[in-house]
Design a binder for this molecule. Sequence first.
Ligand SMILES: [Zn+2]
Length: 186
Amino acid sequence: MARGTWDDFTEKYGFRDGEATEDRDFKARDNLAVALNAREDMRAAKLRAVPYEAPGMHNACILLILANPAGLSDEELLAQPDPKLCDLPDVAEDMDEELRLMIDAAYDPDPPPTGPFCPEHGVPMRCVNAGTSFSAYECPEGCRWVYDGDDGKYVSAASPGWEELKDLYGDEGSPDRAAAGSSARS
Ligand SMILES: [Zn+2]
């Protein structure tokens, strides 16, 4: 079905009484718990969002908001004889909108950055021109690198090696072509 709403995640009859849950709802519920628990206002209010596989015939994909004044773990919180259910703190002026955005992000988490990474700064670089044996990359810090496929190495576009590579491969992956290509794409 459509993505879960806050009510789906928190009510016994959510997700059409549990009939509509899919794997992705459970993953989103777990992601949402992590995101909520990372919030300053949740910690300040001594609250913890705890995923709970509710047993029985109703909605199993539950997120509990529990009082956690003693800083217990999720298992310890759930093992209490009478865990105290709470409301979320007013985490934003427009709480519904804030929650909707958080739920969207929980269903579509940002993928972890994949390389290549700048040899100098260690941050992911953007490919500005993909050639067969020679690709140009730009680091967010402003440095440029070319990947020499024959050598399997990154060469700084500021180094003399860059000129050699250009001679070797002609204009394949040249900065001019890369600039033209990227502006045409954006
Ligand atoms: Zn860099």
